[in-house]
Design a protein around this ligand. Structure first.
Ligand SMILES: [Zn+2]
Length: 495
């Protein structure tokens, strides 16, 4: 891939060398080119940070023995690590899954196993983290990026002040969200404080309903159709045309995704459908991506795909529609409790946890500029940010301090973590608008999806009277999560 892509980097570099005046005249003239103005605008933003061609080529080729090599060392080390759970040697995934087991004994065993293995590898993880942070600092300095996260913001097509507003709003909301929820959860478990291995423990009441494929399809299409018949119409061909690979089969990759292929064809969805409520939500999520990809296809190959800022819009929105309709159809208080609590936990893990990751990364990269970091310093930063975000009802048991070291995002794509919080909060704000007034909302919403990557988030959100630079915007989304916690408290009281 590096060999092939090396031969392509001239394309954007040379386009960016065209004089502004000449390019602007060409884009202003009537003709095919003017359509691509948004694409050129994005490309031009990289111009001030672009280096001479020879240096760009060197950076690109050296990445194989630099960043790439350290990433590979991390991945291969992670894949080979063994975690000793009661004599059984498990991999990382299996051990982390065991930390969400129904039995407390198993969760605790898994936690201890993670602590032990991470601790015996901390020297290596500390070194990799130091090298990569320094490597990033070198590139940023050569290119002239000011803030440690600016290059990520540029790639995401989002401004620093917008991300700052998001981080500030979420951190301010910690007490109202995670602190409050975990205090409630501790009470459900009859404890004052939850141990670190109980944070993601399944709740005493769980939703064990199983939906066959036909029911899942009906639930999601009904929820989509209640929002707008057109949304269901765009979604139907996925089921009728064989665009979804749903069953779990031997050798199939885990997880789920929607792939747009090319705009002149149609997307495909990959799922591992097992019939749990969570799987129905995943279907609603991926189908949302699929619908977005179909609607944006008109923008053509260069502009159909969306920047990070709006990439999760249709997926999270579709999930929310489906969640709401499932909740309305569920009257059993136990099941309502299970539905609400798992939604709240998902949201906290997406919004609160990812923002605390972002805060942690900011501390690490800022401190690294002053010199190499010791394991103890990294541990301390991790504990600080964890304590701030999780609150007083979660105990950070001995050994938790090294849990930063297994998180792949810190290695693979620094500062990417805020993307998850960004997408979730943006859609929550949008959904809150829809709840306040659904008049004409659907049409505006479809316009947003059809725009694909051809518009900036400020242009896309303007028709909804929303502005991501405004902390109020983020508060609106966060109040949605608060509202769900309120509902949860009500169900609990009613019981
Ligand atoms: Zn998604």
């Amino acid at each position: 891939m590096t060999n092939l892509s090396s031969k392509l980097i001239f394309f954007s570099l040379e386009l960016n060398r065209i004089d502004d005046k000449i390019l602007n005249e060409a884009l202003a003239a009537k003709g095919e080119l003017s359509r691509y103005k948004p694409w050129f605008d994005e490309l031009r933003k990289a111009k001030p940070y672009q280096l001479e061609d020879r240096v760009e080529e060197l950076f690109h080729e050296k990445s194989v023995t630099g960043r790439g090599a350290w990433n590979r060392l991390f991945d291969e080390t992670m894949a080979s690590l063994k975690f000793d759970v009661k004599g059984e040697q498990l991999g990382l995934e299996a051990t982390l899954t065991l930390m969400t087991d129904k039995k407390q004994k198993n969760r605790k065993r898994a936690f201890k196993a993670v602590v032990k293995t991470l601790d015996s590898n901390k020297r290596l993880f500390t070194h990799i983290t130091n090298v990569l942070a320094k490597d990033k600092e070198i590139s940023d300095r050569w290119r002239g990026f000011e803030d440690i996260a600016d290059s990520r913001h540029m790639a995401n097509s989002v401004e620093r002040e917008v991300v700052d507003a998001l981080e500030t709003s979420v951190r301010e909301a910690y007490p109202r969200l995670s602190h409050r929820y975990y205090a409630m959860k501790a009470k459900w478990f009859g404890k004052e404080k939850l141990n670190a291995w109980d944070r993601n423990a399944p709740l005493p009441t769980s939703d064990d309903r199983i939906y066959d494929w036909q029911s899942a399809r009906d639930i999601v299409l009904d929820a989509y159709g209640n929002f707008s018949p057109y949304l269901a119409e765009v979604a139907k061909p996925f089921f009728e045309g064989g665009w979804i690979d749903a069953p779990v089969t031997p050798g199939k990759s885990p997880g789920a995704f929607a792939h747009p292929t090319v705009p002149s064809a149609h997307p495909y969805l990959m799922l591992n459908y097992l019939g749990k409520t969570r799987d129905v939500m995943t279907l609603a999520h991926e189908l949302g991506h699929g619908v977005h990809q179909v609607l944006a296809a008109g923008q053509g190959p260069l502009m159909a795909s969306t920047p990070l800022t709006v990439a999760e819009t249709a997926s999270v929105f579709g999930e929310m529609l489906t969640f709401r309709s499932l909740l309305t159809q569920t009257s059993d208080p136990k099941l309502r409790f299970a539905l609400l609590s798992s939604k709240v936990e998902d949201m906290l893990n997406t919004v609160v946890r990812q923002i605390s990751f972002y805060t942690f990364e900011r501390k690490v990269h800022t401190a690294r500029r002053k010199g190499e970091l010791k394991t103890e310093e990294l541990n301390r930063m991790w504990l600080e940010t964890s304590e701030e975000s999780l609150g007083p009802s979660i105990k950070l048991n001995k050994g938790y301090e090294t849990f930063w070291s297994y998180i792949p995002h810190f290695i693979h794509s620094p500062f990417y973590v805020y993307a998850y919080a960004f997408g979730d909060c943006l859609v929550n704000s949008l959904y809150a608008k829809y709840e306040h007034s659904s008049e004409g909302f659907a049409e505006r919403y479809f316009d947003l999806l059809r725009a694909g990557g051809s518009k900036h988030h400020s242009e896309l959100l303007a028709p909804f009277d929303l502005d991501a630079k405004d902390p109020e915007f983020w508060s609106l989304g966060l109040s949605m999560i608060e509202g769900l916690i309120d509902e949860l408290e009500q169900v609990q009281l009613a019981e």
